[in-house]
Design a protein around this ligand. Structure first.
Ligand code: NAD
Length: 474
């Protein structure tokens, strides 16, 4: 256990890790049926036993509308479980591969074995989805797991702790509640894999901690996801989908369209269409709408307000919304134009219901602007020009892309989900999640005399010739 000769005895979570490590080979070698049962227990807990309490906890923590809680928290976990259940037998199968002629006499395959004891650290914006989603993949892959959810959504974290304690044994899955200090203590321990969802800054802390033990990491991070709208786009449909994607969960979504880059000739029309859709979804008094969430904490309200103040001090124009009510943690769906390039709104991840609109006069300039920033988690394109769509995809890099829509690529389990560099390392969902929590173990079995044995020492002239022939022909 004492990897790299570090003494962990003072660490309050060390005994828990030891307990899981002691049982991991056994748990990891349990058959397919065991993993399915574990997934079913989680499914029943979320879909039936705790369903109402989950939506209540989310309402207390984020004022999350019930339908939104069902669609963006409960549904993704249930569908992740269903997908894993229907594919797990295939995923767990030994995967035979070809063996080259130079290895005649042997055969080869690989297996997905569990990484071992894994740490899942999750954020607050979709507390259930982003904690239990990765847990599904970890269980499917046969791991033992310690979870550290966010301290910002205490009702959700406490309920998740109750669920985990009720349905799993401590050596299988445990949840540790706590603040940053708890996270720091856990990160000191030699986990086999760390799956972190959160901000790029904390992602760097997680990766440095993992490096101490050479633990592998999956980092699901955030950043600024741009949306390009070109002159050929259907403006009304674009506004309808962007307003939905941006203001769901009050903009606190990692794949939310962070800012819009729009052809300058259609800007006014687009803003008018956004006004219409905001009113349509949330009425002209969104503060009274049951369909609109709140900001998670006073600190985040202040942060968002400071972005808005800063943009306005640099002559930005609030086109729609702008109202901030600190007491009720309400920020209106807000659209801002004429934003100065130096404004914080254009340089920090917004993660809230403020949408800056930036205009461009040529598509190339929009692409250059995107490429001058960190690689985004998502890049959205609204266009009816195949040529422009192709050009944007070819000339940029991003974790994922939607064309003429946004956010929903997250919901397709057949697609890998994740960022690139600043927006993340590694992928999750479906098979990609299973893979993230597995080691692909390569196996070669020697059946008969191996032709490669002809090349064992001593290296005679004959073997030298044989080596040359091998290079030439095999
Ligand atoms: P965060 O990085 O502040 O916190 C995430 C987790 O890390 C929490 O459990 C927290 O307790 C812990 N943590 C915070 N500071 C820490 C530190 N110094 N050391 C160790 N652990 C620490 O993120 P957040 O505010 O909870 O979530 C918002 C961020 O997460 C945004 O950047 C968003 O884009 C990103 N996000 C990404 C995804 C994705 O799937 N890619 C999904 C949701 C959110």
């Amino acid at each position: 256990m004492n990897r790299n000769s570090i003494d962990f005895s003072e660490n309050p979570h060390f005994q828990l890790l030891l307990k899981q490590k002691a049982q991991q080979l056994k748990i990891g070698n349990m058959p397919y049926n065991y993993r399915i049962r574990q997934l079913e227990k989680l499914k029943t807990a979320i879909e039936v036993t705790y369903r109402d309490r989950i939506t209540e906890a989310l309402h207390k923590d984020l004022n999350k509308p019930k339908v939104e809680a069902e669609l963006t928290e409960i549904y993704p976990i249930i569908s992740e479980i269903k997908f894993a259940k229907s594919n797990l037998r295939q995923w767990m199968r030994m995967q035979r591969v070809d063996t080259p002629m130079s290895m005649l006499g042997s055969s080869s395959y690989y297996i997905y074995e569990p990484k071992g004891v894994c740490l899942i650290i999750s954020p607050w914006n979709f507390p259930f989805n982003l904690t239990f989603g990765p847990l599904v993949s970890a269980i499917a892959a046969g791991n033992s797991v310690i979870i550290k959810p966010s301290e910002m959504t205490p009702n959700s974290s406490a309920l998740m702790a109750e669920i985990v304690t009720t349905i799993f044994r401590e050596e299988e899955v445990t949840l540790v509640e706590g603040e940053v200090e708890t996270s720091t203590q856990l990160l000191q321990l030699p986990f086999n894999h760390i799956f972190f969802t959160g901000s790029p800054n904390v992602g760097k802390i997680v990766m440095s901690a993992a490096a101490k033990h050479l633990a592998s990491v999956t980092l699901e991070l955030g950043g600024k996801s741009p949306t390009i709208i070109d002159s050929t786009a259907n403006i009304d449909k674009a506004a309808k989908r962007i307003v939905w994607g941006k203001f769901m969960n009050a903009g606190q979504i990692c794949v939310s369209p962070d800012y819009v880059l729009i052809d300058e000739n259609i800007k006014e029309k687009f803003i008018e269409a956004c006004k219409k859709w905001i009113q349509n979804y949330f009425t002209d008094q969104p503060e009274t709408s049951d369909s609109y969430a709140r900001i998670v904490s006073g600190k985040h309200v202040e942060r968002l307000k400071s972005y808005l103040d800063n943009a306005q001090s640099l002559k930005a124009k609030v086109e729609i919304g702008g109202r901030v009510e600190a007491n009720s943690k309400y920020i209106a769906p807000t659209i801002v134009s004429d934003v100065n390039e130096e404004a914080r709104l254009l340089n920090e991840e917004i993660f809230g219901p403020i949408l800056p609109i930036v205009t461009y006069n040529t598509l190339d300039k929009a692409i250059t602007y995107i490429n001058s920033k960190e690689r985004p988690l998502a890049l959205y394109i609204y266009s009816s020009s195949k040529k422009s769509i192709k050009q944007i995809i070819k000339k940029t890099r991003a974790g994922g892309t939607c064309i003429n829509t946004n956010v929903i690529h997250y919901a397709n389990h057949n697609l890998p989900f994740g960022g690139v560099n600043n927006s993340g390392i590694g992928k999750s969902h479906g098979f990609y999640g299973f893979k993230a929590f597995s080691n692909q173990r390569a196996v070669v079995k020697q059946h008969t005399f191996g032709i490669n044995e002809l090349l064992f020492p001593p290296y005679t002239k004959f073997k030298e010739k044989l080596a040359k022939l091998t290079i030439k022909w095999f």
